[in-house]
Design a protein around this ligand. Structure first.
Ligand code: NAP
Length: 246
């Protein structure tokens, strides 16, 4: 039996279990399982891995950064990013990887939008992976935070709202705001005046729901929009490749 899982604080929004169960069915892997495991904290992480004989797991909100001190080893990419979303269990050793960054990078390469500048909403694990990928692609970025004074290269939401996005601009929502079940919220108010924003690409890492309220508001202003489903599938497939090598 091979046991895989997703850990996070709240997981009712997640499509990961469905994704892996479909994969295992397609591959005829009847002795593989992928379960959702909600945790309030990481205190019992190692006991859970041992008790459930976990072979590998994904990590989501809010543990992508706080899990790092609990791991035995990090891939060079996870170390550079400072966030982990995929862990391999190898002889009881926990090895952290980041598949969010290459997955996000691939989705940007797949999109036809020419980006000259970008803003990343949030400063958590997903935001760091997005920043790393944008850096690799040579796309300038700034973070947008509720507490910009606590972060390098960050502006506040009030400053973002004053910009007119004349250059082709990417905004990535890497906050959980707007995700199921809080679907009637947005991380910041897009201008509601009748100024079209065809130079804006609003990429929401959320995939449940899709479109999010933020995506709907952006689309109404003429912006290009994208949800997080393609990235979810790509990061899951990259996790699977890593688990298979062990
Ligand atoms: P996280 O580590 O908890 O970080 C989220 C960041 O969002 C925080 O650092 C915070 O930045 C900001 N934030 C949190 N609550 C907020 C609020 N109420 N209002 C405004 N900003 C808030 O979470 P994460 O792991 O980075 O994940 C973020 C989102 O991306 C989640 O919805 C996750 O599901 C999604 N995601 C999707 C994929 C995919 O494959 N599609 C992959 C990774 C993540 P400040 O404190 O600086 O404001």
């Amino acid at each position: 039996m091979k046991n895989y899982a997703l850990i996070g604080r709240r997981l009712s929004h997640s499509y990961s279990q469905r994704h892996f169960e479909e994969l295992f069915l397609r591959l005829g892997l009847t002795d593989h399982s992928y379960t959702l495991h909600e945790m309030e904290s990481l205190d019992s992480l190692r006991r859970w891995v041992a008790d459930e004989q976990i072979n590998g797991f994904n990590v989501t909100v809010p543990f992508k950064q706080t899990i790092i001190p609990l791991l035995d080893e990090l891939s060079p990419e996870a170390k550079a990013i400072g966030a982990v979303n995929c862990v391999v269990v190898n002889d009881g050793r926990l090895i952290g990887h980041n598949t969010d960054a290459p997955a996000f990078r691939q989705t940007i390469q797949n999109s036809a939008f020419k980006i000259q500048h970008s803003f990343i909403l949030g400063t958590g694990g997903a935001a760091r992976a997005v920043a790393y990928a944008l850096g690799q692609l040579g796309i300038p970025y700034a973070f947008v935070s509720r507490t910009p004074e606590n972060h390098e290269n960050a502006i506040g939401y009030s400053q973002l709202s004053t910009l007119n996005f004349q250059l082709p601009t990417l905004i990535v929502n890497a906050t959980p705001v707007g995700m199921y079940p809080d679907t009637d919220r947005t991380p910041f108010p897009l201008p509601t005046t009748h100024c079209p924003l065809p130079t804006l690409f609003l990429y929401d890492l959320t995939y449940n729901p899709s479109p999010t309220l933020l995506m709907r508001q952006a689309a109404a202003l003429g912006a290009k929009t994208k949800d997080g489903l393609e990235m979810l599938r790509l990061q899951a497939d990259l996790s699977w490749q890593i688990w298979q090598q062990n």
